[in-house]
Ligand binder design. Sequence first.
Ligand SMILES: Cc1ncc(COP(=O)(O)O)c(C=O)c1O
Length: 376
Amino acid sequence: MNKLNAEDQHKLEALRQKIKENSQNSLGYPVSKDFDYSELFELLKYPVNNIGDPFADCTYSVDSREMEREVLEFFAEVFRAQKNDWWGYVTNGGSEGNMYGLYMARELHPKGMVYYSAATHYSVHKNLHLLDMPNIVIRAQKNGEIDYEDLSNTIRMNRHMPVIIMANIGTTMTEAKDDITKIKAILNDAAIQNYYIHCDGALSGTMSPFLNPRPAFDFADGADSIAISGHKFIGSPIPSGVLLVKKSHRDRIGRSVAYIGSLDTTITGSRNGHSPLFLWYAIKTLGLEGFKKRVDHSLSVAAYAENRLKSIGLDAWRNQNAITVVFPQPHEIVRKKWQLASERGLSHIICMPNVTESQIDELILDIEKYREAVLS
Ligand SMILES: Cc1ncc(COP(=O)(O)O)c(C=O)c1O
């Protein structure tokens, strides 16, 4: 390989600078930035690829499957999966995990109807389109949680069809959590026998086992599959995710492929072998205690942010045990500086583990500075 010429070197340096600056002021997206994976950098020299099933041998062995399995075991345990009845893999992100959940549901219930709330992440609609699955959008309550009455009425109108639920364990805008116990009661009341529940826990799935009260979202609560993002609460330089599903479901779709000497059970062929290493490293160095500390820190900064916003007269609120604080959208300059996601006149900040009270103070100063311009 040749060296970069001066112009390209300059371009690269400018990008480095831009990414460094922009990552300091990001409060609007659920991405943790407080990680240090430098011990793993050496491994970036190698084409690590976990092609095929994480639990099956593969002819290509420049892989990190062993660590991937440890990551999966960790989540199977905290998501209370039944021993020996779980399977999963490290994905490219929450969207892929959600797609897998829907794919699994369709294979098990080809004539099923999918129900999901209006507050669901935009990628789910695309996934349903790709999978060609009939679906109905259910009203969301004001806090972003699914409207259980609308869900119940709609299911009853289609009770001849198996039910596939895409539940939100933390919606994108307000971090609302649908309650699996309530959803199961609705299915029970309507005498629905064939159903599948997938939980989209992109951000809050990782935090939920450490919350008190613990939200009803995991395998012991009745989930058939759960997807989370790895780059959100844990943090990773490369987007990633974890998908877990009951093993008895997965066994129905596995297919052996001679070329790789493995099972073709995942959505993509080649799979990122570095992502599992970042997650593995975080799990090993944090431990359960470390996860709990991060959750507590985020909750405490979120409570601080909510109070500070209220103290300057803004109508700020958050769901129970949420690290997302919702408030009326500030001036465009503030939204741009702090990269605040906004929708229908509302903005939010997400108090990820790297967010500090002094950043919140700085944001408040900016909101006040440009407030007159918003009101006029
Ligand atoms: C609720 C929810 N589901 C799914 C996703 C998609 O996750 P990913 O970006 O990891 O694909 C997001 C992303 O923000 C999300 O908020």
